[in-house]
Write a new protein. Structure first.
Length: 326
């Protein structure tokens, strides 16, 4: 398997969503769209190849047909029978709920076969004053949070900062967080949809009823350690033809950024061991493998199978490309 793969996104309605993501090449509902699942195989949702000889095949089909050619060694041992990562675009027109995700052990106890959720955000756009909430203010304990839950003052316990385009925020399982209105992001995460809502700003859902909270589970998995750095700072890696920045590597995925393209081709390599997910945050790019070439524009994704090996990226001078792998 050595061709660049592009997929048709799955658009998700959310009470806090808007209209921007309805331009994605999926089936747009009438309701507000908060998430575009650009690459996913979770439950009933599996993105489908949009073009080429594999058009119409789902990510699940590809995984079941040749998981090693697709993923190489980059399969999650916590659940080796699913594609390990999920990538979303998120457009909040209102603050998302204050929430927390479990680790693999806790999630698997609650639902057999379910994974926990470690994730990271790349800020694509941020309106002036828009906020991200990550972790707690110093000194907040379980007891203080419980008091705030009763008083409806959870927001007062949270560490908050103003978001800027280009910010990278790492959110391991257990870190309480919320995405503020006006912060559009690309989110890379484990293949999971397990979320425990702590606080939802006292609003109602699309059905006009208060949305469910998950206080007991949330308290059971929340990490009350200091919030740490708000955003990640990259290490620059020498790479011919571009600036390559490495933000972090964790057990579940690695996160890099390519920019400053000098013209000509930039070569990358899966090594036959891991897939690459490329998302164009800015500009345009053309991605060529032994099996074909695809053009990608702003916010578009391309999956490079592990079996590809060496491949080429030609990008506009203003291009910013996000690179994710396991």
């Amino acid at each position: 398997m050595d061709m660049p793969l592009v997929f048709r996104p799955i658009l998700k309605t959310r009470v806090w969503g808007g209209e921007t993501l309805k331009c994605r090449p999926g089936v747009a509902p009438k309701e507000p769209v908060g998430e575009s699942w650009e690459l996913a195989d979770h439950g009933a949702d599996s993105t489908v190849v949009a073009s080429g000889e594999l058009a119409g095949k789902s990510l699940r089909d590809l995984f079941e047909r040749d998981r090693y050619g697709l993923c190489g060694e980059a399969i999650d041992p916590a659940n080796p029978d699913v594609f390990p990562l999920l990538l979303k675009l998120i457009d909040p027109c209102a603050d998302l709920s204050v929430q927390v995700h479990p680790d693999d052990a806790y999630a698997g106890k609650k639902v057999v076969g379910e994974l926990g959720k470690t994730e990271a955000w790349y800020v694509l756009e941020a309106q002036p004053g828009a906020k991200i909430y990550k972790g707690f203010k110093p000194g907040v304990t379980r007891e203080i949070l419980q008091q705030a839950l009763k008083a409806g003052t959870v927001a007062d316990t949270l560490n908050a900062f103003e978001a800027s385009a280009g910010d990278v925020v790492y959110l391991p399982a257990g870190v309480v967080h919320a995405l503020g209105a006006g912060v559009r992001i690309a989110e890379i995460q484990q293949n999971s949809d397990t979320t425990y809502r702590v606080f939802d700003w006292n609003r109602v859902g699309l059905d006009s009823k208060p949305r469910e909270l998950h206080i007991d589970d949330a308290l059971a998995v929340t990490d009350f350690s200091p919030a740490g750095e708000n955003t990640m700072q990259p290490d620059r890696v020498d790479h011919p033809g571009c600036v390559r920045e490495h933000f972090f590597k964790c057990e579940k995925f690695s996160f890099e950024r390519l920019r400053g393209f000098a013209g000509g081709k930039v070569f990358l390599d899966t090594g036959g061991r891991r897939f690459h997910i490329l998302t164009v945050a800015e500009g345009t790019a053309e991605i060529s493998t032994p099996g074909g070439t695809v053009a990608r524009g702003r916010w578009d994704l391309c999956l490079i199978p592990a079996g590809t090996g060496r491949y080429a990226v030609s990008a506009s001078a203003d291009a910013v490309i996000l690179l994710f792998y396991r």
